[in-house]
Ligand binder design. Sequence first.
Ligand SMILES: Nc1ncnc2c1ncn2[C@@H]1O[C@H](COP(=O)(O)OP(=O)(O)OC[C@H]2O[C@@H]([n+]3cccc(C(=O)O)c3)[C@H](O)[C@@H]2O)[C@@H](O)[C@H]1O
Ligand SMILES: Nc1ncnc2c1ncn2[C@@H]1O[C@H](COP(=O)(O)OP(=O)(O)OP(=O)(O)O)[C@@H](O)[C@H]1O
Ligand SMILES: NC(=O)CC[C@H](N)C(=O)O
Length: 554
Amino acid sequence: MKIALLQTNPTVGDLAGNARLVQEAAHMAASSGADLLVTSELVLSGYPPKDLLSRQGFVAACDRWIDQLAGQLPKELGVVVGHPTQRDCPQGRIANAASLIHEGKVLATIHKRLLPNYDVFDERRYFRPAQKLAPIPFRGEKLGIHICEDAWFHDPATFYATDPELLGDPVAELGKQGATLLINLSASPFEVGKSRRRHELMAYHARHWSIPFLFADQIGGNDDLVFDGQSFVLDANGACVATLPAFRRGLLQVDTQALPPRQISLQMPVESDLHEALVLGIRDYCHKSGFTDCVLGLSGGVDSALVAYLAARALGAEHVHGLLLPSRYSTDHSLEDAILLAERLKIDHCTIPIDAVHRAYETIAVLGEELASKPAGLADQNLQSRIRGAIVMARSNHHGWLALATGNKSELAMGYCTLYGDMNGALAPLGDLYKGEVYRLCEFINQQEGKEIIPANILTKPPSAELAPNQFDQDTLPPYDLLDEILRGLIDREESVAALSHKFPASTVEWVARRLDRNEYKRWQMPPGIKVSPRAFGVGRRMPMAARCDGDWA
Ligand SMILES: Nc1ncnc2c1ncn2[C@@H]1O[C@H](COP(=O)(O)OP(=O)(O)OC[C@H]2O[C@@H]([n+]3cccc(C(=O)O)c3)[C@H](O)[C@@H]2O)[C@@H](O)[C@H]1O
Ligand SMILES: Nc1ncnc2c1ncn2[C@@H]1O[C@H](COP(=O)(O)OP(=O)(O)OP(=O)(O)O)[C@@H](O)[C@H]1O
Ligand SMILES: NC(=O)CC[C@H](N)C(=O)O
């Protein structure tokens, strides 16, 4: 059977636009002789549709669109479309479904069985799990169609294999009933290193049942998630014989009777994936929200340099506006570095010294006598940051530019950032990158560009907030190399303070852990980031704020 896999970029809620993407792909697939086109999970609604699923009329509209699509798709082609449905569900319940459409009719619909409810996923909030799963006969094959998590039963990071309430591995249910092809519709969010995990899991199924496995995944940025796609085809031995590039739209066609005899290696440098994920995440957030341009404060530091670079790649240099906002504590080299960066990136930039506004605050003693008598104290430091935040937002309001925040995961973890100051903004592209990763990505970018586009001085000078004389991050925080490793343990791997204290100085681990917990309130107010790690701040890590986290259990 000639099968085409569609890797596209649906917009959540845009039923007409997403249906058009399916239709266009169906015409292309039909004209290249395909028997079957397979789309990604919930391609019609976009993934994840979140509480749109609870809005009256939304799921009914999806069901109507499926009927309409059935009438519009090329008759000779089978098309598997992912969509939410209320059909064949008890009153008030809905399912995450995939329908096989052929000759103007819906031939069969299957529902997703394993509904992920960990990390960023919340599917049990909405969907009812499939009651039964069975292969769908089509043109001499028995299609083992299933949806994303249904193939993750054996993932060691989930609990499925050990949960007695679950009915078992959905793919095995299809295999036992004689499926001749395994077809997975996915919306699998990007994480560094995840594509290998996907391959290993799917290859297990292919090998176990000795049949090919086809994996159709979506791309695109949707809020804080970015999807890499990397749709692929495995032969009956689990070897990858065809794949689509990450973060790009595409249609991958294979003949399952004559799969190419090759094994494709998928290894990309971590930084290359990160770079593409962040560029697509920024571009899609802006464009899907109706913004063409963005604005940010350019300090001459590494965080704002990287965000400016990524934004220029995402939106085009002419759509990025950098504001240089020096205070009395800014060094000459910071201003020079920021100007050099803006010139190299060819982005719009202007300098607005903030000293006059800063002095005005001090002179009118808004904050009481002690501020004027104790300059560069905490309130005075944060005031500078908030003056900058106000100017960035004024430009955003006036020109309709989206404000980007520049904070990274290390400083957000430590609360080393100012509420309503440098935390202002709509999107924090580096919110899931530790400081060390920020530097490594900058170095990779300079290598990729074949020239020093991010000025070397930005990468070599010690990080400083420049809110007080001679202030350096390392006066307050442990060295970033150490801090990042401790944070990776506490956040990404959820290791205990006791366990980490065997690897790192115990007093530092304790200090970092306490500060991480104490600053949860800031992260409830941070702009959304772009998830690239196994555990990002945001919906996938829900910590209490008004709580004690340092009991004898910690
Ligand atoms: N548990 C809690 N729940 C809810 N709110 C809580 C709270 N504890 C304090 N707060 C509130 O939060 C306020 C403290 O937070 P905040 O005002 O942000 O200020 P704060 O965290 O005290 O200071 C900001 C820190 O970020 C550093 N920094 C580093 C790099 C860059 C920048 C920059 O801005 O460019 C800043 C700066 O040097 C300083 O150490 C308190 O005054 C209080 O209003
Ligand atoms: N002089 C400045 N002009 C414009 N924006 C500034 C200035 N100082 C700080 N900001 C804004 O506040 C953010 C936080 O400052 P911070 O010093 O923590 O970051 P950075 O300068 O980009 O990187 P680093 O921490 O490596 O110095 C900056 O990224 C920038 O967006
Ligand atoms: N949409 C889904 O079911 C995604 C869950 C799956 N474990 C993944 O991350 O790829």
